[in-house]
Design a binder for this molecule. Structure first.
Ligand code: GLA
Length: 385
């Protein structure tokens, strides 16, 4: 923080007057269910994005990222908030301010903001949603906006969907906006009802394992999967009165297969339906401290994401298989959108170092470059410091 304060003064020639933090997130289970009306089970983590702020007298917003120093200070005006490719990462804060104004909030003057994120780039731990919620709380505090946390969450998703163009669900923004220390959140994405569940794993801890693979094509593949689920649902709706795949259960699968009558679309739907059920089971298993079952559900989730949803790839599969093969590991799966990024594993704390060693060496042997593995700490959502 001392370094960031000094950097702020270097860049903007004045002191920052307020400091903020928004976390990243992991998802324990419930992957690719949030745009299918299913359940998700994410948690906010201690890695995230810092924002240092001062107000301006004009209507310009000057943003600078310690992560992209070569982009310099990016400037835009509160009266001209349009997406510009050359503004790169700054489109995220810009989109948030644009949609706040569009929703009728008064943003009377400009801001200087310095951003710094310690979420590894492209790791699938939601650095973009972290920037969105960070900007949201900066705006709420700086302009004294009477906006609810949940509305900032929804606004962040809208930025992602319409300003940036990724058709994502609400999980990331929700986890980052609503996170609570040492708790995961079971969220029903259909109703937005949610419940905090203590993320207590006894002798076990959650490992975050980064494939260090760039998530190329991730956005286009993501939108493709979403479209496939919508196509499957449309077919199902010709015979069944449902609004989302999340309303279906494993008992419906035989009928769904018949109606959908397309191998790929059926597999996508089967993932969405079974993953939703696994998520509910995993929540109960965690509550009753049945970590063996919880771990098996993680494994089954990965299998489904690999075989039915086709969003894993050699890097994630190698990492997860190596983790699952270790005796100290109760279960492992990819987390987030997939196509690279991170996986998580439930690992016995006392054997953590040995686990890291074994998984790292198996990974580098097959993939040719290293993984980074560390212990996840579950923390509060976006906040003023
Ligand atoms: C990304 C999206 C989320 C969710 C996950 C997959 O993180 O932003 O909305 O769909 O992928 O579960």
């Amino acid at each position: 923080m001392e370094h960031l304060k000094a950097q702020f003064e270097n860049v903007f020639n004045e002191k920052a007057t307020a400091h903020y933090f928004a976390p990243g997130r992991i998802n324990l289970i419930g992957e690719h269910t949030d745009y299918n009306g299913g359940h998700v089970f994410p948690a906010a983590i201690t890695l995230g994005t810092y924002g240092l702020v001062s107000s301006r007298k004009d209507r310009e917003v000057h943003v600078y990222s310690e992560n992209f120093p070569d982009k310099g200070v990016i400037v835009f005006n509160l009266d001209d908030l349009v997406y510009k490719k050359e503004d790169d990462w700054a489109n995220y804060p810009k989109g948030v301010l644009a949609y706040l104004i569009e929703s009728g909030y008064q943003l009377d003057k400009g801001l200087n903001i310095l951003f710094y994120g310690n979420i590894p780039n492209g790791a699938g731990l939601s650095s973009s949603a972290s920037i969105e919620l960070l900007t949201g709380i900066i705006a709420k505090e700086s302009y004294h906006l009477a906006i609810e946390r949940l509305d900032l969450v929804k606004l962040g998703q809208k930025v992602e969907n319409h300003f940036i163009g990724v058709n994502s669900g609400i999980m990331d923004q929700f986890a980052i906006g609503m996170g609570k220390k040492e708790h995961a959140m079971l969220l029903d994405t259909n109703t937005l009802k949610f419940e905090y569940v203590p993320a207590v794993f006894g002798e076990y801890v959650i490992a975050i394992m980064n494939t260090n693979k760039r998530r190329e094509l991730a956005d286009s593949k993501y939108n493709e999967r979403r479209q496939e689920c919508e196509d499957a649902l449309e077919k199902i709706q010709t015979k069944k009165d449902v609004h989302s795949l999340g309303e279906l259960t494993e008992d419906d699968l035989i009928e769904v297969e018949e109606i959908v009558a397309d191998e790929t679309l059926f597999r996508r739907a089967r993932h969405a339906i079974t993953e939703n059920e696994r998520t509910l089971k995993a929540k109960s298993a965690l509550e009753t401290n049945d970590l063996d079952t919880f771990g098996q559900l993680l494994n089954a989730s990965h299998h489904s994401l690999k075989e039915d949803y086709a969003v894993t790839g050699i890097e994630l599969d190698t990492l997860v298989a190596a983790a699952q093969a270790h005796e100290a590991c109760l279960g492992a799966r990819m987390t987030g959108a997939g196509f690279g990024g991170c996986a998580i594993a439930l690992v016995k704390q006392t054997e953590f170092d040995d686990f890291v060693e074994a998984v790292s060496s198996a990974y580098v042997k097959k993939i040719g470059y290293n993984t980074d593995i560390y212990q996840a700490s579950i923390d509060d959502g976006a906040r003023k410091l």
